[in-house]
Design a protein around this ligand. Structure first.
Ligand SMILES: Cc1cc2nc3c(=O)[nH]c(=O)nc-3n(C[C@H](O)[C@H](O)[C@H](O)COP(=O)(O)O)c2cc1C
Length: 185
């Protein structure tokens, strides 16, 4: 199984990182045949889409930045773990750049060119204590993945998260581990 984890948080060792690592632990401790690639978008050079429509000519995205690496990894992945903190009610800007650049996997008529059968796990962390406060963001991500034929198999929403990663509720950590464990088996 090939797993690509994408964190949209700029914080090293923050809440998203902790939960992504916990999911990856849950997978790797239960399946030794897993290959992981973990990326932090904030350390990469991923521009916004320039709307040149070069990708509709069949020759891929014209921008030769770090998204090219992610195109290859996503193409080969069985599972995508996508994590973002909530910033001003949405995922982060780097995360949105990534989403926009996925346009390259659609033809002019929106037919998807990405291989089918991929799965996704969504992780959202937020300061707001009410878990459902940004339900729409999770739903938008599910729809986004769905439009590429990617099925979201789990969503982890960690509410009431401050900048201190050690405040993550132990039940959320345990749940993240179990989510990983479940996909590994
Ligand atoms: C620029 C910025 C904007 C934020 N906006 C929100 C927000 O709109 N709603 C919310 O609940 N939390 C908000 N937060 C809090 C973060 O979502 C929360 O602390 C999150 O767990 C951080 O995740 P990380 O440690 O993975 O970076 C914001 C934090 C920052 C730095």
């Amino acid at each position: 199984m090939k797993v690509v984890a994408i964190s949209c948080s700029p914080r090293v060792g923050g809440n998203c990182d902790t939960l992504v690592d916990t999911i990856l632990n849950g997978i790797s401790q239960n399946n030794k045949d897993v290959v992981f690639d973990k990326y932090k978008l904030s350390t990469m050079n991923i521009n916004g889409c320039k709307a040149c429509y070069n990708c509709k000519s069949g020759s891929g995205c014209a921008q030769k930045d770090d998204m090219q690496l992610l195109y290859n990894k996503i193409n080969d992945a069985d599972l995508i773990v996508f994590a973002s903190p909530i910033y001003m009610g949405h995922i982060t800007g780097t995360g949105k750049n990534f989403m926009d650049r996925m346009f390259a996997y659609m033809k002019e008529d929106f037919e998807v060119t990405l291989p089918k059968g991929k799965k996704a796990i969504i992780v959202l962390t937020q300061g707001h204590r009410v878990e459902s406060a940004y339900r729409k963001v999770a739903d938008d991500l599910i729809n986004f993945f769905n439009s590429y034929g990617i099925e979201t198999i789990s969503q982890i929403i960690a509410a009431g998260m401050t900048k201190d990663a050690d405040n993550i509720n132990k039940h959320v950590i345990e749940y993240a581990y179990r989510v990983g464990e479940k996909v590994a088996i």
